[in-house]
Design a binder for this molecule. Structure first.
Ligand code: NAP
Length: 247
């Protein structure tokens, strides 16, 4: 009933959108979830909501609010301390999900925006992975899920910073998969197409030509289902990559 009972999971960007749905799915499957984001209020609301949901379903899972800016190395090191300390005793799932989505043609993309997008979407997940991977390898188990995107393989105009970051994140996943094959540590890329989350709020896709309306997008729960499926396969099975699109 609760396939992740006894597991700990760190979900970045858990306060909204896809990360929030992933945190919910993992808690209801029995995991102890460290839910990471910058905004404290949203995280506290998530903890309240998921604590009730877990209780109602008699799920052993629980959730901790972890306020952290993933671009800050010192904050990341501090927030990872309890997770690293438990890796040797508990199966550990890392879901590198947090991300930003600036849309602009190259001529209108400031180099600072390009650099900060790479920092949020590529350097930050690497930083978390870098700290957790060694203890996972020593434990001979663990699972790293990278939330990629349709834009980690396809390019779209107006997408320079995001595409560069997501192509990079896919490459990092593929190197990780090579390096961990046979080690007991698993690695999965979950790559959704457009998904109806607050990431689209500044863009207003329903009134912007060329973008899918929200009603034609995936739901965050669709992506969370794929993550839950990947991390609940038997230990000898690695799901390398899952690509989701609208039917
Ligand atoms: N929505 C889509 O159409 C879509 C499609 C394909 C892939 N994706 C990918 O899916 C992931 C989640 O996207 P989403 O649509 O769910 O986005 P979202 O609704 O905007 O949520 C982003 C989450 O990331 C957190 N976050 C952002 N920067 C952070 C930082 N520096 N430190 C800590 N937390 C940070 C946000 O919380 P705070 O702001 O409070 O920090 C929030 O919890 C991203 O990697 C995105 O590229 C999305």
């Amino acid at each position: 009933m609760h396939p992740l009972a006894g597991t700990q999971a760190l979900v970045t960007g858990a306060s909204r959108g896809i990360g929030r749905a992933v945190a919910r799915a993992l808690v209801l499957a029995g995991a102890e979830v460290y839910a990471v984001a910058r905004g404290r209020a949203d995280l506290e609301q998530l903890v309240a909501e998921l604590s009730v949901a877990a209780l109602e379903r008699s799920a052993p899972g629980r959730v901790h609010a972890v306020v952290c800016d993933l671009r800050d190395a010192a904050q990341v090191a501090a927030m990872l301390v309890p997770v690293v300390a438990a890796v040797s005793q508990r199966h550990t799932v890392l879901v590198n999900n947090a991300g930003v989505f600036p849309l602009a043609p190259i001529v209108d993309t400031a180099p600072e925006t390009f650099a900060s997008t790479i920092d949020s979407n590529l350097v930050a997940p690497f930083r978390v992975l870098h700290t957790l991977l060694r203890p996972m390898r020593e434990a001979g188990r663990g699972h790293v899920v990278t939330i990629g995107s349709v834009a980690d393989r396809r390019t779209f105009g107006g997408n320079a910073a995001y595409a560069a970051s997501k192509f990079g994140a896919r490459a990092l996943h593929e190197v990780l998969r090579e390096e961990t094959s046979g080690s007991g540590v698993r690695a999965t890329l979950v790559a959704p197409s457009a998904t109806d989350t607050p990431i689209w709020d500044p863009i207003d896709p329903d009134h912007t030509p060329g973008l899918p309306p929200r009603a034609a997008m995936l739901r965050p729960e669709d992506v969370a289902d794929a993550v839950l499926w990947a991390v609940t396969r038997p230990a000898h099975v690695n799901i390398d990559e899952v690509r989701l699109g609208r039917a």
